[in-house]
Write a protein that binds this ligand. Sequence first.
Ligand code: 6R9
Length: 651
Amino acid sequence: MLESNITEKSLKELTESYYSIDSLANYIDIYRISKEDPVDFWNTIAERNFSWRKKWDNVLNWNKEEATVKWFEGAKLNITENCIDRHLATKGNQTAIIWEPNDPSEEAQHITYNELSSRVNKMANVLKNNGIKKGDRVCVYLPMIPELAVTVLACARIGAIHSVVFAGFSATALASRINDSECKILIAADGSYRGAKKLNLKSIVDEALEECPSIETVIVFNRVNLDIDMKAGRDRWLDKELSYVDDVCEAEEMDAEDELFILYTSGSTGKPKGMVHTTAGYMVYSAFSFKNVFQYKDNDIYWCTADIGWITGHSYIVYGPLLNGATTVMFEGVPSYPDYGRFWEIIEKYKVNQFYTAPTAIRALANHDIAFVNKYDLSSLKVLGSVGEPINEEAWNWYNDNIGKKKSPIVDTWWQTETGGIMISPIPFVTPTKPTFATLPLPGIQPTLLDSDGNEIEGNGCSGRLCIKYPWPSIARTVYGDHQRYKDTYFSAFEGMYFTGDGALRDEVGYYRITGRVDDVVIVSGHNLGTAPIENAINEHPAVAESAVIGFPHDIKGNALAGFVILKDESRDHDNLQKEINAIISSQIGPIAKLDRIHFVSGLPKTRSGKIMRRILRKVSSNEMENLGDTSTLLDPTIVDEVITEVKAVL
Ligand code: 6R9
């Protein structure tokens, strides 16, 4: 067990350092204090690190039965005054956002806090001129260009609720998100660059809007100079709109619990859930978690490769960094363009200190010649982050050895759209890391593991369903327009607790390892088998690039296992490979985990944020091809056809 060894440290000193944890002993004490008195803990953090127009009357108002949570009730603020205005006196000329374009020969932008202020205020005035008021929903469908961050902040400036939809989603997905929250205006671009490709976004917008009666206006940014249709009376060019306005826009005074944004996350059933985040709690937690998890210091250059269309981009490209007065890099392109060295080139170019990416990107890059990495000077790096899915040991080691050169701690950050901020993660240089472990909860976060009967599992060296026992400031407040669904999804599995949907294990010292969605557990002949460890075993075969394992109904065993495998080396004989793969599984997990079917495929059905949609593989393998559910979030829908063909061949 981890124990504090600095008992003489006074409470006062610790309180002052709440916001910046710098030793393991310090973490242990702060964690204990946060657990003993969460209200006082968050009260202190909120009071000392933000600018408020009026302080709160009540820190926390939590109604377990109704599943309602309110933080800092009675407070008045505007989050953009915290992200921008309060830095202007000291950091006006410091770069807030470095924007790196898709094409490395195009000029980058270095946007100072002064310039950001001016651009956000102008955009806020454009929204106002177009009739947008506090509480209106604004849909943002933009590629990774500065206008995306600026628009998000402009909404927050005037109290409009932003709903960013990743600019890679289809017309159907865009329309369903616009309609669910009845957005009044859409901010879009004519098109986007993605590697060597030029995509037409406006045609997707036009198709979507045929089904969206609530949209009155579309503001279009000209990014790629496409010849697009502009619908009279509805569509307006952003450049022209900006020419009518000045750069002063008074920030709207918001209540702590006023809605800041909606962000859709795919549910296990068809309809996406619009997770609602509110102003003060989200601000406090995104700032606090950013500061500690990345150990951001003044003048550091921080880069998160996510898209702002995901929660990671909201919390850790825009809000968390700007709340801390940081310099945050925004990258428009993809890791493979012009070649597989692009990430590393950008790290060298800007001397990036903290780098935050996803395991899927790490695995993809690890598959290419190491010369793409070694060409660049990565010595500026201090902290490496991972997010989005469990990072397997092989990828962790590759990241640690080749990118961090064994000197930059890897923070494997576990969290969700619903949690608003990072929940379980090492604090670099504080928490000793352990491959594949997200390690310990941040202060203020109380995770627990439950068995299938709903009993809390005491002690260490155990596994169960991951729940959070006590609210934290950035917990999503509801599912937009459907509080019942929120209650059912998150608060009904285990009474009075937030259920994450993930399974986890807790090792002997109390470190957490997230093992994957609980629905990824397959019971074969009465044995509970997690698909993740089987996939890890398969991936150890030198010919395998990536794999996904699912269960399908089996007359005798209840369920049997099928593996979908992408090969690095296509020329290998499939029969032999099947035997070799099953031999590895047998030796690592046991013969019970051997695969009944192995399908070699060229790709896996993945969401645009890199998560394998095992639901689709399960349905296809169960011969339910007609009933695949919502596939609108897939990156490449053609993969599904290939999967169907492969599975049909063995049915
Ligand atoms: C931030 C984000 C949430 C789900 C979550 C879990 C998986 C995220 C992880 C991780 C293992 C990590 N997940 N981070 N699993 N280790 N470090 O990804 O939000 O898109 O809502 O996904 O992603 O299964 O429940 P979101």
